[in-house]
Design a protein around this ligand. Structure first.
Ligand SMILES: [Zn+2]
Length: 455
């Protein structure tokens, strides 16, 4: 990828995926950012982050306008409660002030559109009550409250409502709220780790993890990142009507410049609903095998001669050790078939996958296997096959990972891994058009000044 040049030139006239539209419309819209830095020659690479709005036409299905007001609406009052651990819908509604009978009627209706098993702590439930005229006071002398509506916000985008109809029953529906997609542009010099640098540029943590995952086929994050390297990201977040970001979107573009070599990756829909990252030549970032089959793990021991910490002798370590908390999911390094599964001496709980006639990978010291794993089972790259543990001869929870070529363990960091898909023909042309649009959008969207001094 050395010497790869970016095409910051003309934008293509082809109209294609939403990303083309993002890029095309993006720079027509106002930048919501701190005043720009003076341009430093290479506008895509200024420090900081900037964002801009995306067009309406790829918003989610429009939401509904909610309850229609009755012609003469008596006074109503609403009360919101937050779902707690161990709550049922009933418990939460009772806490909002409803009686059990009305709550039961509302729940029965709500179940038409909402599965109560999807109730999670942190969701909010709002009950709306109508005061009943004092002539209808109950035995206690206190006016009972009539539950007229119930709203459950399950996440930033989804809401479920049960509403009392004129005949007194409840009717329910689900609402998908309109969120605005906003593109953000961030970049900075890396002085410690990519994670910390991106974190300081206000990139949401989940998206930083996505970037790490996107690059994990090519980059050894322990070894390859040097002080002075750079990153750049174009990503999207979803904003609610008040302009608050409520949900992280996708990483549209990510680039690392490592020791002066530029590695750009673009998100592209290579097949319907299948998004993958491709470099500027249209080569998939995805390789046949993962280098790091656990997320967020620290490489604690490399392949090679190693001194035994207690006994002092040296012996060959034929794999990579990744320290990770007990229970961390272990992913299949590539598509393949389980060739061996079970206790295997010093390896403890062990799985070996056969990927093709040449490559195998092995996973040791597992705490347990994922559900359904058995000899002969076919697994997909990235699928969880087990969980980090310390079974066998192990001093603490870690994954021991081996890559075997023709039954011999080789250094996973040194192997030139088989590459993934290369775009061709019409696909490549479609990708080229997208790439140019993204590059124009990057050039047109300055990064904020916030981190300008951090060099
Ligand atoms: Zn090991």
């Amino acid at each position: 990828m050395a010497g790869a040049r970016e095409n910051g030139g003309e934008s293509s006239s082809a109209q294609l995926t939403v990303y083309g539209i993002i890029a095309a419309v993006g720079f027509l819209l106002a930048l919501i950012s701190i005043p720009d830095l003076p341009a430093f020659g290479n506008p895509g690479w200024l420090d900081g982050g900037a964002k801009r709005s995306l067009p309406d036409n790829f918003l989610l299905p429009p939401g509904e306008d909610g309850i229609e007001a009755a012609p003469t609406t008596p006074a109503t009052a609403s009360r919101s409660v937050t779902i707690r651990r161990g709550d049922t819908l009933m418990k939460a509604i009772l806490r909002s002030g409803s009686d059990r009978k009305q709550a039961h009627a509302a729940i029965t209706s709500l179940k038409d559109v909402f599965n109560p098993k999807s109730l999670r702590p942190g969701q909010t439930l709002t009950a709306t009550f109508q005061e009943i005229a004092s002539s209808q006071k109950g035995a206690t002398g206190k006016a009972p409250k009539k539950l007229v509506a119930l709203r459950l916000n399950t996440d930033a985008e989804h809401e479920f409502a049960a509403e009392r109809t004129t005949d007194g029953d409840f009717t329910s529906h689900g609402i998908v709220k309109e969120l605005e997609r906003v593109a953000y542009h961030a970049g900075a010099t890396i002085n410690d780790s990519l994670f910390l640098a991106a974190n300081r540029a206000d990139v949401p943590n989940r998206l930083i993890m996505d970037v790490i995952r996107i690059f994990s086929w090519d980059v050894d994050f322990q070894r390859d990142i040097q002080r002075g390297d750079r990153f750049e990201i174009l990503y999207e977040r979803l904003h609610d009507e008040s302009g608050k970001p409520v949900k992280d979107g996708a990483v549209l573009y990510a680039a690392l410049t490592l020791s002066g070599v530029h590695y750009p990756l673009y998100r592209f829909e290579s097949e319907p609903n299948r998004f993958e990252y491709f470099n500027n030549k249209g080569q998939s970032a995805r390789k046949a095998l993962l280098r790091t089959p656990v997320d967020g793990a620290r490489l604690s021991s490399r392949y090679g001669k190693r001194r035994h910490p207690i006994l002092g002798y040296t012996r060959m370590h034929r794999g990579l050790d990744f320290a990770a908390p007990r229970g961390t999911p272990i992913m299949a390094g590539g598509d393949g078939v389980i060739e061996s599964i079970g206790r295997n001496g010093a390896y403890g709980r062990y799985i070996r996958l056969r990927h093709n006639s040449r490559y195998k990978t092995a996973y040791a010291h597992m705490r347990r296997y994922a559900k359904g794993m058995r000899r002969g089972k076919r697994v997909r790259q990235g699928q969880t096959i087990g969980y980090v543990g310390s079974s066998g001869r192990s001093t603490g929870p870690h994954l021991h990972y081996e890559v075997l070529v023709g039954n011999r363990q080789l250094n996973p960091l040194k192997i030139k891994l088989p590459t993934g898909q290369k775009l061709k023909g019409a696909e490549l042309a479609r990708f080229e058009a997208l790439r140019q649009q993204v590059d124009v959008a990057r050039a047109e969207t300055p990064l904020a000044t916030k981190l300008a001094q951090r060099r």
